[in-house]
Design a protein around this ligand. Sequence first.
Ligand SMILES: [Zn+2]
Length: 234
Amino acid sequence: MNLKQWILDAADVVFPRQCAVCGRVLGSEEHHVCRACMASMPVTGYHMVDFNPFEQLAEGRVPIEHATAYFFYDKQSPYVRIIHDAKYRNMPKIGRYIAAHAAREIQPSGFFNGIDLIVPVPIHFSKRASRGYNQTEYIARGISDITRIPVINAVRAAHAHNTQTNLNAQQRLKNAQHIYDIHPRHAGQLRHRHILLVDDVVTTGATLLACAEALRAVEGVTVSLFTLAIAHHN
Ligand SMILES: [Zn+2]
């Protein structure tokens, strides 16, 4: 056992690291989520499904190439804690870890083939300032860790969208439509590229599709979508 491992193990005794999903104390080989919870993750398998429900969600709203989400987001499910930890509990590294795991599983299907750049959905700068990080950027980095596709923060959020909560899906889409724009510094890099737009969770798709729309305003850009989780659509 090397010194680093010894220190990590010693720290585990004092502050045991727990599985984000079931709360069980993690072994030294486990990170963020225990092996059992990883194995029973409610994965969608959407990367293997033609015209999957995520792609159907975008249909008729914004033209996209492909879309996939790694696991199902269900408010009753303990797996929702992965998203909450990444977003609100100052643990964005779990997002990077799960995204890398997802990318490793998805890559053999060819889903990432032809994608030139990964762009995270931005959060408004005031949220970024209070939270200290953009959880979606960590998810983008996790995919990049496996695929080696570069990450670029090309999109800016112009307004906070805290008024979204009381609107219906159609109103949300309208409200979200103009709040994203392309950072002038990056517009040239995006031209004629196939971009993977990344977010943590997709529910109505309003913010994600507004962001995709902003990217598609750049000449020759095509967009695919990846989210860590997707809400069930009945
Ligand atoms: Zn667990």
